[in-house]
Design a binder for this molecule. Structure first.
Ligand SMILES: CC(=O)SCCNC(=O)CCNC(=O)[C@H](O)C(C)(C)COP(=O)(O)OP(=O)(O)OC[C@H]1O[C@@H](n2cnc3c(N)ncnc32)[C@H](O)[C@@H]1OP(=O)(O)O
Ligand SMILES: CC(=O)C(=O)O
Length: 533
């Protein structure tokens, strides 16, 4: 049976820009638009020309990509002609393939927000859509608050949508603007709309205020809508928009959708999904959501020993889709929830071949469990696990020894009379028989200690010159006087490789020092530094 076409419309760069804490530069927008285009979206709504200088500049040039570049704006201002409406003129001046207008469809909003009659609003929608069509661009109408409007006054909400369709809108998009509608309501209302407007002209745009953004979009498709609007990672106003990063793989990989519909996203393009999702986070300078469906780091991470044992036999035992189909990877975690299978899988991934029956594997499992019981967390610190395993399974060089360290924090007035806090650290190391003393300063005691430790490692210095401490996390594990501190350190080198190490101690400086030492030793081993003579 021939599959029906579904149109995918991305509004990361417009509704996503309305996310609390998100500000895109022009370059950010161009980079994300490129990713969306690679992924195979039909429309990229790139912004709101006239609303701010970045969006106006973006639409001042022809930014041709495969997807239809769409400019967003509102229907004409009440009481003004279009020629006398600067906002509408900015839209018409935009270099865009399509123009998406937002129009009021809830009688309450027409009354309260616009303060005009219901007829005036209908006339505004008609004239606005007709003007876009006459300009040679494809027109879409985002029917703002459609579902709330339909519940309050179905005839009027439908009349607004129908007016836009009759005026030539390619898509009439039903919006759950306040995000409070539930899937069963969406399904019932969309089914009623498609009795009046053909489904292949009806779209859905929902917000996630009841955590039903994805479910509502799929409900609309089941009821007959054929365009879905959403954003990468579900960013957007308030609780976000429908998450395309979840919707897209669901459409391509799940029966009931994959066998009924086709989109421009091929299985090959789908493998760029995880990358696109992470690039957006990187750009927004935020940690990716580890637990995000399909693309999160934990989406295919198996921790329970029973799971790992079965996944090694056949991944389908605990995975609903293959991770590689969305460009993600499987992770088999080492932790106190694991057994021999977890450890063997991790050893294999770091290139250590050990037989399943080797007694050292059992000892390593026990050691991991003992250390996790006192606060270590190896699933988050794979480099520290690798050091632990290598030390048990092979001979690891002792590159240097630390004889002692001292850290000092002093608060005092400087020569200008200002109150300043100074941190200084001294580290005494023995390297190849030589004693080396280094002093470091920093913006805090750990930074000073890190600087001192990495200042002079003699013959090993060139191996760690490009090592950078990029993240540092502290967690107090038990309360009261018995509290221990766990420190997780993320390091990166000049080749962009990242690794995580852990230290645990009742003393935060000691815990940090242990994690820093692991990080340096890991780098020396990975880069093949020679053992001291
Ligand atoms: C559901 C959505 O996400 S819609 C998109 C929301 N996104 C944004 O608002 C981001 C970009 N917006 C902006 O930069 C500004 O709001 C602008 C440039 C569009 C308008 O700025 P201003 O002219 O200062 O107006 P302001 O933002 O204060 O108020 C919006 C005006 O548009 C009117 N309006 C709102 N929706 C519509 C509509 N669909 N059609 C016509 N007019 C509308 C409002 O009644 C209000 O008019 P009023 O000032 O006469 O009361
Ligand atoms: C248009 C839009 O973003 C909304 O109604 O939610």
């Amino acid at each position: 049976m021939a599959r029906e076409t579904l149109s995918l419309y991305d509004t990361t760069l417009r509704d996503g820009a309305q996310t609390h804490g998100v500000d895109f530069s022009l370059d950010d927008k161009l980079l994300i638009a490129e990713q969306l285009d690679k992924l195979g979206l039909d429309y990229v709504e790139a912004g709101y020309p006239g609303a701010n200088p970045i969006d106006t500049e973006l639409f001042s040039e022809d930014r041709k990509v495969g997807a239809k570049v769409t400019a967003f704006g509102m229907t004409k201002r009440p009481g003004r002609s279009i020629s006398n409406d600067p906002g509408f003129q900015a839209l018409l001046a935009a270099e865009a393939d399509a123009i998406c207008l937002v129009g009021k469809t809830w009688d309450f909003h027409v009354d309260v927000a616009l303060g005009i009659t219901l007829e005036e609003n209908l006339a505004g929608i008609k004239e606005s859509v007709e003007t876009v069509v006459a300009s040679g661009r494809e027109a879409l109408l985002d029917c703002e608050h459609f579902f709330d409007g339909y519940k309050a006054n179905p005839d009027y909400a439908l009349a607004c949508a129908k007016t836009a369709y009759d005026a030539g809108a390619r898509w009439v998009v039903l919006c759950d603007t306040n995000g409070g509608t539930l899937p069963e309501e969406v399904e019932a209302i969309v089914a009623e709309v498609v009795a009046h407007i053909p489904g292949d002209h009806v779209g859905i745009h929902v917000h996630n205020d009841t955590d039903n953004g994805v479910a509502n979009s799929l409900a609309a498709v089941r009821a007959g809508a054929r365009q879905i609007q959403g954003t990468l990672n579900g960013i957007g106003e308030r609780c976000g928009n429908a998450n395309l990063t979840s919707i897209i793989p669901t459409l391509l990989l799940k029966s009931g959708y994959a066998d009924r519909f086709e989109t421009k996203i091929t299985p090959e393009k789908l493998t760029t999904l995880t990358h696109a999702s992470r690039i957006l986070d990187e750009m927004l300078n935020q940690a990716p959501d580890r637990h995000a469906p399909y693309v999160g780091e934990a989406a295919f991470a198996h921790k329970g020993g029973i799971h790992v044992s079965a996944v090694k036999k056949d991944p389908r035992t605990y995975e609903h889709v293959p991770p590689e189909s969305v460009g993600n990877v499987r992770k088999l975690l080492v932790s106190n929830q694991g057994g021999r299978s977890n450890i063997l899988a991790e050893l294999e991934s770091i290139g250590l071949t050990v037989s399943k029956d080797d007694p050292r594997v059992g000892r390593l499992v026990e050691l991991v469990k003992e250390r996790e019981a006192v606060g270590y967390a190896y699933e988050a610190a794979e480099a520290s696990f690798e050091l632990l395993a290598r030390r048990m399974l092979e001979t690891v060089p002792q590159f240097f020894d630390i004889d002692s360290f001292r850290v000092m924090v002093e608060r005092r007035h400087n020569a200008l009379g200002e109150l300043v806090t100074i941190s200084e650290a001294t580290v005494k190391a023995r390297i190849d028989g030589d004693s080396v003393m280094s002093v470091g300063e920093g913006n805090g005691p750990i930074n000073a200690l890190d600087n001192a430790l990495r200042k002079d490692l003699g013959p090993y210095q060139s191996y760690i010159d490009d090592l950078k401490l990029v993240d540092y996390k502290v967690r107090i594990l038990t309360g009261g006087t018995d509290a221990v501190t766990r420190v997780l350190v993320e390091s990166r080198d000049g080749e962009g490789r990242r690794w995580f190490t852990v230290g645990v101690s009742p003393n935060i400086v000691d815990a940090s020092f242990e994690a820093l030492l692991d990080s340096i030793n890991y780098k020396l081993i990975r880069d093949g530094a020679p053992a001291p003579s």
